[in-house]
Design a binder for this molecule. Structure first.
Ligand SMILES: NC(=O)c1ccc[n+]([C@@H]2O[C@H](COP(=O)([O-])OP(=O)(O)OC[C@H]3O[C@@H](n4cnc5c(N)ncnc54)[C@H](O)[C@@H]3O)[C@@H](O)[C@H]2O)c1
Length: 427
């Protein structure tokens, strides 16, 4: 099939490259000419395992990039909208880019198209895009489908190619048939439903996962008070198949470009429809407090922050990505710096992005470079590189052998055996 993907960020680029790998003819459109030029040179511009290989395999063959949506749409049967839907001022999703994309699509329609909302959009957005396209392209034939994306940054290519399920929200049998055919090679359970339910599935899924994280973080705080170990508790809970092991790792709180904004958007969707979503508000509050708690732990361990040097390992919102959007790691680093500490940070992939939003941030060349003369090592993202460090050497370089491991990614006994004072979360 001939496919256009509008927006070549984390979702759009992976979507385009993966469809190209499945044998389709794909045009990735982005309004950012620098991004398009970079992509045309074969540079992904984001850190995502497997993506550079897909680009070099298909670029110039069945994958191309452009800034002009209209031409691309004309040549395609299916058009994906994968632009950003950031948080607006009141917490709801800002659909400015979606509206723009819909207008650009309308300008290129000359024959039947399936327009696919893959960005995360509030309930009612399928109808909204339908309305915009109809206003701008009256008389043209098209269907709009909701097809939310569930990939995770860091494992995006694998997640796209091996999804747990594919959700298609449409009232059109014709569009449903085309979408089912498009995804057939992925061999995943297909949920064909109405647009509102499809849109809600995405928000409900993210809100539920965020709830699991805040739940285990709340439990971890009680564990600390009663001398229990949250890792043991999560293991014991996870064996219950109704609960499962995933998303039961306590830490500094959730972040990233999706969970916080999607939770806020869902709270707003609920509010607009007269429902007060206390539960999800609590989830967000626990998350904010968890970050604050991590900063307090550091302060407590050091007996104040003024004049202290802290080595921070990790800035990305989780391992495996260079994304720092709403990263708890960056938020905690910021809190500590504002309260007088000198923070020297290192992240294998995310330093460039972090410096963009926090220009004064002091970055180190390597994990070992970061710990030189530090009073405390703060682990904020669980990259394998951190777990595999030579901690004997780390200890030699530090002024104080103190570790606060907000990801519980080190083995406390072996670390303590090397003479460190070690503290995790909820243990
Ligand atoms: N990042 C994730 O892990 C993830 C996972 C699932 C769903 N989502 C959802 O997918 C959507 C996209 O997220 P992302 O992280 O890929 O965003 P992103 O910010 O990385 O990328 C968005 C891209 O769209 C481009 N763009 C904006 N308006 C445009 C227009 N009118 N025409 C062409 N290009 C345009 C921007 O230049 C940018 O390159 C969001 O709704 C997000 O919530 C994201």
């Amino acid at each position: 099939m001939r496919i256009t993907v509008i927006g070549t960020g984390y979702v759009g680029l992976v979507t385009g490259a993966c469809f190209a790998d499945l044998g389709h003819e794909v045009i990735g459109v982005d309004k950012d000419p620098e991004k398009v030029a970079r992509l045309e040179r074969g540079e992904a511009g984001i850190y995502e395992i497997g993506l550079p290989e897909l680009l070099s395999r298909h670029l110039g063959e069945n994958l191309s990039f452009a800034t002009d949506a209209r031409e691309a749409v004309k040549r395609s049967e299916i058009v994906f909208i994968t632009v950003g839907t950031p948080q607006g001022e009141d917490g709801s999703a800002d659909l400015t880019y979606v509206r723009e994309a819909a207008e650009e699509i309308a300008a290129g329609i000359e024959s039947y198209k399936v327009i696919v909302n893959k960005s995360t959009m509030p309930v009612g957005s399928t109808r909204l895009v339908e309305r915009i396209v109809r206003e701008c392209a009256a008389g043209e034939e098209f269907d709009v489908v909701s097809n939310p994306e569930f990939l995770r940054e860091g494992t995006a290519v694998r997640d796209f190619m091996h999804p747990d399920r594919i959700v298609i929200g449409t009232d059109s049998q014709r569009a449903a048939g085309i979408m089912a055919e498009l995804y057939r090679p992925l061999n995943a359970p297909l949920i064909i439903t109405d647009p509102a339910s499809a849109e809600m599935i995405k928000y409900a899924s993210n809100a539920f996962l965020a709830t699991k994280v805040s739940f285990i973080n709340a439990i971890s705080n009680i564990c600390e008070a009663v001398d229990a170990d949250v890792k043991e508790v999560a293991l014991g809970m996870g064996y219950d198949h109704r609960i499962g092991f995933e998303f039961l790792r306590s830490g500094p709180g959730f972040g990233g470009s999706c969970f916080p904004k999607d939770c806020r958007a869902l709270i707003e969707i609920a509010r607009e429809h007269g429902y007060h979503f206390y539960l999800l508000e609590g989830v967000m509050q626990v998350n904010q407090e968890q970050m604050e708690l991590m900063a307090k732990k550091v302060e407590g361990r050091l007996g104040g922050l003024e004049g202290k040097t802290i080595a921070a390992w990790g800035l990305a919102f989780k391992a495996g990505t260079d994304d720092v959007r709403e990263s708890p790691a960056l938020e905690i680093v910021r809190m500590l710096a504002e309260r007088g500490a000198r923070v020297r940070a290192y992240d294998p992939q995310a330093m460039e992005n972090a410096r963009r939003s926090f220009p004064e941030l002091e970055c180190a060349e390597s994990a070992l470079d970061a710990v030189r003369d530090a009073d405390l090592l703060l682990i904020l993202t669980d990259w394998d590189e951190f777990k595999l460090q030579d901690f004997r050497k780390v200890g030699e370089l530090m002024r104080n052998k103190e570790i606060l491991d907000t990801r519980n990614c080190l083995e406390p006994l072996s670390i303590r055996r090397l003479g460190f004072t070690y503290e995790g979360v909820g243990r």
